[in-house]
Design a protein around this ligand. Structure first.
Ligand SMILES: Cc1cc2nc3c(=O)[nH]c(=O)nc-3n(C[C@H](O)[C@H](O)[C@H](O)COP(=O)(O)O)c2cc1C
Length: 414
């Protein structure tokens, strides 16, 4: 385990004695306008990624972990259960991919359902909207509330040209009075808690996050989430956590810190440096779905379990099977096309999931050549059967990372 800013003792005979120092502990819970979130960890909204299958997959992430039962880890695992009483996976709040308010308010009821599908085991869950027209956003927020979401979130962070071009996402950061108008309209239209996710500002010369957070509080929003980069930065450079600290100093409503958390050590460091009320995790989740659980374990004990190859196999298989089941249950397409759709998603995820798996590039190749979902599953089975019967430990060189919004997934017309 590599510490980032913390020197942890290596004496784990009684894990609870070695729990994280209080100032570096990801809180066990926080509340968004009366909705309890425990632990204080949030799955970031990610278009093309955080659909209902992925969200449930993250919620149930510990089910495909075999190694937590191993004797070496049993003490720490037990204490996590004692300390973190709520979620199996350690992820306190799920968020949908962002949805166009304009699209939602125009859509037929049946189509809306497809966009806003979630299952009972996803609570608490937030739906995220983007748009730039206050009335349309207010209408869409009402739809979100009627659909049964626990909270509604406004996106002021998306840097994609198509969204910014319609003045949505981070495009709005250039117009604070308009944001104020939107805040008022949405706040008036719903009774469920209302939150906002935003960036530092449009560019270094127009950082507005502190002012924006104060405005959110004044207008009755229940929490703010800050991705500590400007729009101009996109996903480059480092997230500037000092601005999360500045926002936290400026408001009393909960502040969710976001940007560049890749490990439990990073989550602890963000809490220590910013005093944020919760942490939000995006890109690390698809390649390491155990991260939420690892954070809970690290918070409770100062150490955490790393997945074995068998865990990874179970994880990939579980997720792919969930995708197939969901397509079977919900797709209106004929079977052949349905599997085409699903295997496309599998291919997308395969590159993140096999990140760090020795020989993973071979599996990716096989998956990319597969024509159906079942063929993808067969390739996964064959790869891991061979690996588990004759493991080698050559390191995986390739790194595959989510770096940007897939522009083709975005539309808006308001
Ligand atoms: C592929 C992708 C899609 C994203 N989609 C959304 C989105 O729909 N709404 C949003 O507010 N942020 C979106 N984001 C930004 C993330 O929510 C998060 O703020 C960002 O990735 C920084 O966090 P991280 O360093 O933990 O990944 C997206 C990011 C990525 C990489």
């Amino acid at each position: 385990m590599s510490g980032k800013g913390f020197t942890m003792k290596k004496d784990w005979d009684n894990p609870l004695e070695h729990a994280m120092p209080a100032e570096a502990r990801v809180p066990a819970s926080f509340s968004i306008g009366g909705i309890p979130v425990a632990p204080a960890t949030v799955l970031a909204p990610m278009v093309g990624v955080t659909d209902t299958v992925f969200r449930r997959f993250i919620r149930n992430a510990s089910q495909f972990t075999a190694s937590s039962a191993s004797p070496a880890n049993s003490a720490s695992s037990a204490s996590v259960e004692d300390t973190v009483t709520n979620q199996q996976s350690g992820c306190g709040l799920l968020m949908t991919e962002f949805t166009s308010a304009d699209g939602l308010s125009r859509m037929r009821e049946s189509k809306r359902k497809r966009y806003l599908t979630f299952y009972e085991d996803e609570h608490p869950i937030a739906a995220q909207l983007f748009g730039s027209n206050a009335e349309t956003l207010a209408d869409a927020a009402r739809i979100v509330q009627d659909t049964g979401f626990d909270t509604v979130d406004l996106n002021l962070g998306c840097p994609a040209k198509r969204v910014v071009g319609c003045n949505g996402g981070s495009g709005l950061l250039r117009d604070l009075p308009k944001i104020g108008h939107i805040f008022k309209a949405i706040r008036k239209s719903v009774t469920i808690p209302f939150t906002v996710e935003f960036r530092l500002g449009w560019s270094d010369s127009s950082i507005v996050c502190v002012e924006l957070a104060r405005m959110a509080q004044e207008e009755g929003l229940c929490a703010v989430a800050l991705h500590a980069r400007t729009r101009e930065q996109g996903y480059t450079g480092q997230a500037r956590w000092e601005w999360i600290a500045a926002v936290k100093d400026a408001v009393q409503i909960p502040v969710i810190g976001n940007g560049d958390i890749r490990t439990p050590e990073d989550a602890a460091a963000m809490v220590a440096q910013t005093n944020c009320d919760a942490v939000m995790i995006g890109r690390a989740a698809p390649s390491n779905p155990w991260i939420f659980r690892q954070i809970a374990e690290y918070t409770a004990t100062g150490q955490y379990t790393k997945p074995t190859e068998l865990d990874r196999y179970r994880m990939i298989r579980t997720y792919f099977q969930m995708l197939l089941d969901e397509a079977e249950a919900t797709s209106e397409l004929p079977r052949a096309q349905r599997h085409g759709e699903t295997s496309g998603k599998m291919k997308q995820f395969a590159s993140w999931f096999t990140h760090g798996v020795p020989g993973g590039s071979k599996l990716r190749q096989q998956i990319f050549q597969s024509k159906t979902g079942s063929a993808v599953l067969a390739a996964v089975d064959q790869f891991f059967e061979t690996r588990l019967s004759a493991p080698t430990s050559e390191p995986e060189q390739e790194e595959t990372e989510l770096t940007a919004f897939p522009e083709e997934a975005l539309t808006c017309s308001d």
